[in-house]
Each structure stands twice: as C-alpha cells, then as structure tokens.
Design a protein around this ligand. Structure first.
Ligand SMILES: Nc1ncnc2c1ncn2[C@@H]1O[C@H](COP(=O)(O)OP(=O)(O)OP(=O)(O)O)[C@@H](O)[C@H]1O
Length: 268
C-alpha cells in the first residue's frame, strides 16, 4: 500500500500552512516527519486523512484520490492515532481496543471471539495487558497512547498514520513503541509518523521528511538527510552530530551546552 502526496498546498484562511509538499510512503517503510512546532505536520495528516479537504494538489492511496474514499473504506486501509484523544465516556481499556475491530464487522454485528483475541494480543504486544480492565480515562497519558496504538493494530489497516506516537512515553516505552512500529513496517505496513526527536528518527526511520514553515527542506534516507546544517535549519540550534556504531546511530549534541559546561558538571 502506498501513500503519495503530490504538490499538496493548504491554507487556513489566507495563511499558507503547507506549501507544495511531495513525498511517497510505500509498504515496509517507516517515514518520519521531523519539523519544529507549528510547522504543519498535523495539518498535513489531516489533509491526507481527508479531515481537511480543501487543499490543492493530491493525496493518493494506491493511486486513488483519498477524498473519494468512504469512511468505512478509509478505515479499512488507514489507522490514525492523533496527538490528543479525550473520550467522553470511561470505557475500559479492553473495550477501547475492541472498538478498533468494528471496521471488520458488518452493520449490527458485535465483536466475537476472534476480535477479543485480537484485542488481547495487541494489548500483550504493547506490554499493557495488565491495564485491560482499567478505565481509559483513569490511566496516564502515556498509557492512553499505548492503548490507542493497540486499537490501531486491531483495526488491521495496512497504513498507520501516527501523530507523535511517543510524545508522552517514558524512555523505555518510547524505545519499545518505536521498535514495534519498526517491526510493523518490516511486516509490510506503511507507516508515517511525526516526531520531535532527531536521534530516534535517525535510528528507526527508513525515510525522513524534514519540513519547516510548511515546506519540505529534505527528503530521503536518514544517512543522506541528517546533517548539522539541517538540524540548524530546522531548530536554529548548533549541534555536533556524533556518528556511532559505524554510522548506525547519529546523536545530536547541542554545542552551546558543551561549550558552557563547568569542569565539575562534566567530571573532567
Ligand atoms: N484550526 C486551525 N485554524 C487556524 N490555524 C490553525 C488551526 N490548526 C492549526 N493551525 C495553525 O497551523 C499551523 C500548523 O499547525 P500544526 O498543528 O499542523 O503544526 P505541527 O507541525 O503539527 O505542530 P506541533 O509539532 O506543535 O504539533 C500552526 O501555526 C497552527 O497554529
């Protein structure tokens, strides 16, 4: 399954937010979108999902205009995890996940043994089976994010669009979730995520789209895209980019902090 965005531009009123965005995400690919706050990442997702439809250019799913897909068809292909999610009712975690299976069911039928097993195994895969009977509104923000991830998995859509999936997670869960996301891509999913962490983006992504002020600054494999200049362009921060483990990892070290550090703090 592929998502292609071609010359997509979008404005809120007369304020241009997205300016001729182009990229393709294919199956077995984890594409990470990196860019400062307010640069248009969520807006881009909302355009791709057809939640904002008055854009110029194209957003295509396997060559088809996504705006022409019905809601049900869309849910069969694309699962979306937004940045924030506030349910109005305190469903149990298990029911929240089970709701993700409804797209597989015909009208008026309810989830059965197969769907319940799917929900259990998704909770297990993400290490949150112990939360199963808890109320969704009574768990932490990070735990909720993991539940939404489980719900996206049981939807069995082959394209995942994830808006900052690790934003509220502790370091261990960030790595666990990114590892799961990466392994889903290897299994054949097409995954597009937004992120604010350059080091993790380098480590986990197959492709990176760097954007600022609604424009694409760079697009390509992390080893080609990542540079000190790019980080400076994106965030206005001077970094030293340290390459580790035969360039399997690159770590951004803010120069100003190192240069200003006292001998005591840095134990030298
Ligand atoms: N409904 C709206 N009406 C008008 N402007 C909006 C609306 N939603 C977002 N914006 C503006 O559009 C721009 C892009 O917002 P968007 O949420 O897409 O950025 P983002 O890159 O996802 O940011 P972040 O990393 O902080 O989540 C911002 O300047 C934002 O203030």
């Amino acid at each position: 399954m592929s998502i292609e965005v071609a010359n997509l531009s979008f404005s809120y009123g007369d304020r241009l937010i997205l300016d001729r965005i182009n990229f393709v995400a294919k199956d077995q690919e984890l594409l990470s979108i990196l860019g400062p706050n307010g640069t248009g990442k969520s807006t881009l997702f909302r355009c791709i999902l057809g939640l904002l439809s008055k854009y110029k250019g194209k957003a295509l799913l396997n060559g088809r205009d996504i705006r022409k897909l019905g809601i049900r068809e869309m849910a069969q292909y694309i699962a979306y995890i937004p940045q924030c999610h506030y349910p109005s009712f305190n469903y149990t975690v298990f029911d929240m996940v089970l709701m993700g299976t409804t797209v597989q069911l015909s009208t008026l039928s309810s989830p059965g043994v197969k769907q319940r097993k799917l929900a259990e195994s998704a909770l297990e895969r993400l290490g949150i089976l112990h939360l199963k009977e808890r109320g969704y509104t009574q768990i932490s923000g990070g735990e909720r994010q993991l539940v939404l991830m489980a719900r996206a998995l049981v939807q069995e859509a082959r394209i995942l669009i994830l808006d900052e999936p690790t934003a509220n997670l502790d370091f261990g869960n960030q790595i666990r979730v990114l590892t799961q996301i990466k392994s889903l891509a290897k299994e054949g999913y097409t995954i597009i995520q937004s992120t604010h962490n350059p080091d993790q983006t380098f480590l986990f992504s197959d492709k990176v789209l760097a954007m600022k002020d609604g424009k694409v600054l760079a697009l390509g494999p992390p080893c080609q895209v990542f540079s000190q200049e790019l980080i400076h362009q994106l965030y206005g921060i001077d970094v030293e980019l340290q390459s580790l483990y035969d360039d399997k990892a690159r770590v951004c070290i803010p120069k100003s902090i190192i240069e200003a550090g006292s001998p005591q703090r840095f134990c030298s």
